[in-house]
Design a protein around this ligand. Structure first.
Ligand SMILES: Cc1cc2nc3c(=O)[nH]c(=O)nc-3n(C[C@H](O)[C@H](O)[C@H](O)COP(=O)(O)OP(=O)(O)OC[C@H]3O[C@@H](n4cnc5c(N)ncnc54)[C@H](O)[C@@H]3O)c2cc1C
Length: 461
C-alpha cells in the first residue's frame, strides 16, 4: 500500500454517493483531490457552463476543507505528474463514456502505466454504465422502449455511503513538484441567471421536487408551469448522482414516479447510444439522412440568426430562444418545438442548432443534446417520424394554453391576452409594434420539408 492515492474529479463534483472515495480510501490512507482545467473542454464550453463549473468547483473545494488541487493543462500530462509528485500508485475516477473522455482517459491510463501507476475506474455518471444494457444477442439497443425495460431489469447499486470525511485529504500545499496549482478562475460574464452551483443546492432542489413529484406526469409538458425538476444541470456536473434519485423514487409509487424514472432512462439511453456510436455526435445517426438537402449560403445564415435571436415571428419559438439566453435552460417541450422549427421550417442542419444549444445551455450535455436534436430531426434513434412536423401555433396553444409562457419571455407581446398571443398576426390591429411578422409560411415549409425528405427515402431504396 502506498501512502497516498489521487481522486481526480471530472463530472462528479460532490462528496455524497461517491464510490471513488471508497476505492481511494481502500487503496491508501490519504488521497489528493484533483481537478484539471482542460482547455480542450473549457474552450468549446459556453460562458454559462464555464461559470457554473467554476462555482461548483469553489463549492467542492469548500466541502473538502480547501484541499482541492486545481491545475491546468492536458490531463495526459498533468495527472501523471501530480500522481508522481504525491507518490500515488492509483488515480481514482468515475468512468467517462463520452467520445473525448474515453480517448482522454486512455491516454492518461497509458501515461500512468508507463510510470507503474494505474487509473482505477469506479462507477460512472450513470445508474447503469453505457455498454452494459444489451439485447439478448449482445447487440446494443437502437430503440428506447426495450432499452428501458432491460435497463430497469438490470438494476443499479444503492447510493454509496460517503461524505467529505470518507477520505483523509492531503493538503495540496504539502505536495512538492508536479504541475503548479492555479486559482479556480473567476466567473465568465454571463447574462443568464444560473442556478446555485453546489451539492447542497442540488440536493435541496431534489427534495423540493420530490414533494411535488406526483404532479410530474401532468405538469411536465407545460412550459408555463414549474412542473419539471430542473435537475439536468446538477446531473450534468454530478452534483447529484441518478442513483441517489432512483433510490428516493423507489420509496414511492405513482404514474409520475414512473414517468420521472423514464426520463432518467432517456439520459442513460442517449449516453449508451453515443458510446456505441461516437460519430453520432457530429453526423447523422441514420446515415440515409446524409441525402437530405439542406439550406446553406447567406440566406440560411440570416435565417439562423433570426432563430437564434428569437425573432422568427412565431411566439412559442421566440419565447424558447429567449428563455435560452435568459436562463441558460429551456423547457423540454420547447426544446423540441424550436429544434423542429430550425430543421423543418428553415431546413437548416440540426448540428447548427445543437452547437448553439451547447454554447448557451448550462445543462449542455453532448449525448442528450445531440440525440435530442436528432430525435427531432428524424435522423436519430427512435426518431419522431420525419413527416410529423411540429406546428408552432398548435403546439403553443396546447402546451401554453393561456399564453403565459410566451408573455414571460417576449415583452413585445405582453399586452396580448390569453392564447391569442400565439397568432399575433391575426390580432385586429395586426402584429404589435416591435414584434416581427412570421419569417416563413409554416404550411408551405412543412410541404417543402416533406419534399426534401423524399430524397432520404430514395437514398434508403
Ligand atoms: C433538442 C433537445 C436538446 C436537448 N439538450 C439537452 C442537453 O443538452 N442536456 C440535457 O440534460 N438534456 C437535454 N435535452 C433533454 C431535456 O430537454 C432536458 O433534460 C430537460 O429539459 C431538463 O430539464 P429538467 O431537469 O427540468 O427535466 P425533467 O423533466 O425534470 O427530467 C428529469 C431528468 O431526466 C433527464 N431527461 C429528461 N428528458 C430527457 C431527454 N429527452 N433526453 C435525455 N434526458 C432527459 C434529464 O437528466 C432531466 O434532468 C434536450 C432535449 C431536446 C429535445
Amino acid at each position: 500500500m502506498t501512502d497516498a492515492s489521487v481522486v481526480w474529479f471530472r463530472r462528479d463534483l460532490r462528496v455524497h454517493d461517491q464510490p471513488t472515495f471508497l476505492a481511494a480510501a481502500d487503496a491508501a490512507p490519504r488521497a489528493l483531490a484533483l481537478f484539471v482545467l482542460d482547455p480542450a473542454l473549457l474552450t468549446p464550453s459556453g460562458a454559462p457552463r464555464r461559470t457554473f463549473l467554476f462555482r461548483a468547483l469553489r463549492s467542492l473545494d469548500e466541502a473538502l476543507g480547501g484541499r482541492l488541487l486545481v491545475v491546468k493543462g492536458d490531463p495526459a500530462d498533468a495527472v501523471p505528474r501530480v500522481a508522481a509528485a504525491v507518490g500515488a500508485a492509483t488515480v481514482h475516477v468515475a468512468a467517462d463514456f463520452g467520445p473525448y473522455g474515453t480517448r482522454r482517459d486512455e491516454a492518461v491510463e497509458q501515461a500512468l502505466a508507463a510510470d507503474g501507476r494505474a487509473l482505477v475506474r469506479t462507477g460512472s455518471p450513470y445508474a447503469v454504465a453505457p455498454g452494459r444494457v444489451r439485447k439478448a444477442d449482445g447487440e446494443p439497443f437502437r430503440v428506447f422502449t426495450p432499452f428501458r425495460r432491460v435497463w430497469a431489469d438490470h438494476g443499479w447499486r444503492a447510493p454509496a455511503d460517503t461524505d467529505a470525511s470518507t477520505v483523509t485529504w492531503l493538503d495540496p500545499a504539502e505536495k512538492v513538484g508536479g504541475p503548479r496549482a492555479v486559482r479556480i478562475p473567476d466567473d465568465d460574464p454571463v447574462d443568464a441567471a444560473l442556478p446555485e452551483a453546489s451539492e447542497d443546492a442540488a440536493l435541496a432542489r431534489w427534495r423540493e421536487f420530490l414533494d411535488d413529484v406526483d404532479d410530474y406526469a401532468d405538469a411536465r409538458n407545460r412550459p408555463d408551469k414549474p412542473g419539471t425538476s430542473r435537475m439536468s444541470v446538477y446531473l450534468k456536473y454530478g452534483l447529484v448522482h441518478p442513483r441517489t434519485q432512483l433510490a428516493d423514487l423507489a420509496k414511492r409509487r405513482s404514474d409520475s414516479v414512473e414517468s420521472y424514472r423514464t426520463e432518467i432512462a432517456w439520459r442513460e439511453f442517449y449516453a449508451d447510444v453515443l458510446f456505441q456510436r461516437p460519430d453520432s455526435a457530429r453526423g447523422n445517426y441514420d446515415r440515409s439522412f446524409d441525402a437530405l438537402p439542406l439550406a446553406s449560403g447567406a440566406a440560411a445564415r440570416v435565417s439562423f440568426d433570426r432563430w437564434a435571436e428569437g425573432r422568427t415571428g412565431f411566439p412559442i419559438v421566440d419565447a424558447g430562444m429567449r428563455q435560452l439566453r435568459e436562463q441558460a435552460w429551456v423547457h423540454n417541450r420547447v426544446r423540441m418545438i424550436v429544434a423542429s422549427f430550425l430543421v423543418k421550417d428553415l431546413h437548416l442542419p440540426w448540428w447548427l442548432g445543437a452547437r448553439h444549444f451547447m454554447r448557451y445551455l448550462v445543462d449542455g450535455d453532448l449525448a442528450s443534446n445531440q440525440h435530442g436534436w436528432q430525435w427531432t430531426a428524424g435522423s436519430g434513434t427512435d426518431a419522431s417520424p420525419y413527416f410529423r412536423v411540429f406546428n408552432p401555433i398548435t403546439q403553443g396553444e396546447k402546451f401554453d394554453p393561456d399564453g403565459e409562457y410566451v408573455r414571460r419571455f417576449v415583452p413585445e407581446l405582453r399586452g396580448v391576452p390569453g392564447k391569442a398571443v400565439h397568432q399575433p398576426w391575426a390580432l385586429p390591429d395586426g402584429v404589435p409594434e416591435g414584434y416581427p411578422e412570421p419569417m416563413v409560411d409554416h404550411k408551405a415549409e412543412r410541404l417543402e420539408a416533406l419534399a426534401r425528405y423524399d430524397r432520404v427515402k430514395e437514398a434508403r431504396r
